[in-house]
Design a protein around this ligand. Structure first.
Ligand code: BGC
Length: 497
């Protein structure tokens, strides 16, 4: 993976030029490469940190559905406790995300990932060895806490260490690993759930957790974070390590110039203050739209949706969920990796959402006109099954090249350095909170509105998201993090807000 130029340091230091957020600057005159965008061995280590963090997140999202039946049988769980065991990992992640921002700012991005790996490994072992429900729920919370810290620290780390020309790909690699983790979890579910081996299913994730600890111990620190700590010499040595042969001076000068204007680490009041309201709204808005457009309702309840659509045996449901949801999710993320730094973030978002909306409309129509509109009384026909299957494949594919990777990419690149840790934490926590709410209300929505209207509601959120993104989200492709910061200062309301 190589690219010709890296405009990382060609910021408008005087800040007097107006910057058009939707303009493609990657080929602009005066944008000089200073660091070659080649994957050096140390960038490989950075990638390993990102991939392992994403894989933990994804595995954990995917594995619980297959483990539940045997946990329920062993601990005689009530419906309420089944709900708690399933969803409290999301609560843990919500708090982990908020703490993750603090850790990433105070101790550095790489140490925050290291802590996430330790917490996650401990949590997985607690789950696997739990003698009863209380300890199991405690383990779920600890695992969630680790996932939440990693979900903030790892993409932040990716954003700060990736060469500008590859930044979209680096953060999308995180999403690829999330999707890969979900897929592997589905395979493990298919393999171990018959045997009722839930302790293995949950405990297996300690292995990648330990690997994350090992890799994070080796990984370089973020030069941007070191500069913020006033450690220019350390930042220079990390840069030389990551990009051997390149002069780190100009890049560090550009970071220093931006830092000089920022007066140190921001307070919470500044994070929520008017000056950075627009990037905060963009970050939180993207985080919320990613969830309210239905992805996790599909991921968690795919088996039930396929059952209602006519896939009556458990084996058929597992196979179709594994490949049509899990496999397609992984495969289509490669589209984002190929195009995010070429076409840009906006084009992918604006192309993916209509596909998601149309496929949700089709799933709703299949339920309304062919299946009979109720999960409780599946009058399955092969037409409905095939329409639902095809539509969900399109939905997952469109999510996987747009709202999945691009949302995490943009959230991690739009904030200025001094508020980045806290602001990314706020956006990530909003993402988990929305995921939690959607998972809590999805089945009730189906009861109240019926299947069709529930899917159409998600489709309507896709349409709303498209309009909002069109007006509010600027193009960040090809700009260094320092240049992106300038966007918010010099672009008028008709550009990005
Ligand atoms: C989302 C998760 C979702 C996953 C699916 C991520 O970007 O944040 O909530 O489960 O994508 O691949």
């Amino acid at each position: 993976m190589t690219a010709k130029r890296d405009p990382a340091v060609a910021g408008d230091r005087r800040g007097t030029r107006r910057i058009d957020p939707n303009q493609d600057v990657s080929a602009a005159p005066g944008v000089q490469p200073t660091v070659t965008a080649t994957i050096t061995p140390w960038l490989g280590v950075v990638l390993a940190v990102i991939l392992l963090s994403g894989a933990l997140f994804g595995y954990d999202q995917g594995v619980v559905s297959g483990a539940l039946t045997s946990i329920k049988a062993e601990f005689s769980l009530s419906a309420l406790l089944v709900e708690v065991v399933t969803s409290w990992v999301t609560l843990g992640a919500l708090f982990g995300a908020l703490v993750g921002g603090e850790l990433a700012d105070r101790l550095g991005r790489q140490r925050a990932v290291l802590i996430a790996g330790v917490v996650f490994t401990v949590g997985s072992l607690v789950e696997a060895l739990a003698p009863g429900t209380v300890v199991l729920v405690g383990g779920r919370l600890i695992v969630g806490f680790g996932v939440g810290i990693a979900a903030v620290a790892a993409p932040l780390y990716a954003a700060e260490l990736a060469p500008t020309a590859l930044r979209g790909r680096f953060i999308s690699a995180y999403q690829l690993a999330v999707a890969g983790g979900i897929f592997v979890a589905y395979l493990v579910d298919g393999w171990l759930s018959q045997a009722g081996a839930w302790r293995w299913m949950l405990g297996l994730s300690a292995a990648p957790g330990l690997m994350l600890v090992g890799v994070a111990l080796l990984a370089p620190q973020s030069p941007r974070w070191l500069m913020r700590m006033g450690r220019r010499a350390d930042a220079a040595s990390q840069m030389r390590k990551i990009h051997p042969g390149a002069d780190p001076g100009p890049a560090l000068d550009a970071i220093a110039a931006t830092l000089a204007a920022d007066h140190g680490r921001a307070s919470w009041a500044e994070v929520f203050g008017t000056q950075w309201r627009r990037p905060l709204l963009v970050g939180v808005g993207l985080a919320v739209f990613q969830q309210i457009t239905g992805i996790n309702a599909i991921i968690y309840y795919a088996d039930q949706i396929f059952q209602a659509a006519g896939f009556t045996t458990q084996a058929a449901q597992t196979t179709v969920t594994t490949w049509a949801v899990g496999g397609v999710n992984v495969a289509a993320t490669f589209i984002a990796i190929a195009f995010i730094d070429r076409l840009g973030r906006r084009k992918l978002l604006l192309a993916g959402l209509p596909g998601m909306a149309l496929s949700l409309a089709a799933v709703g129509a299949a339920f309304e006109f062919t299946i009979g509109g109720s999960a409780a009384h599946p009058a399955a026909t092969s037409t409905a099954g095939i329409v639902t299957l095809a539509a969900l494949v399109v939905f997952i594919a469109c999510f996987a090249f747009s709202m999945g990777p691009v949302v995490w990419t943009v959230i991690n690149e739009i904030f200025p350095g001094h508020i980045r840790g806290r602001a990314v934490a706020v956006a990530t926590a909003c993402n988990w909170a929305s995921a939690f709410i959607v998972s809590q209300v999805f089945l009730s929505l189906i009861d109240v509105l019926g299947n069709s209207f529930t899917f159409w509601l998600f489709g309507a959120f896709c349409a709303l998201g498209w309009i909002w993104i069109f007006y509010a989200v600027p193009e960040t492709k090809g700009r260094s993090l320092e240049q992106i910061q300038q966007l918010w200062k010099y672009s008028g309301p008709n550009h990005a807000g």
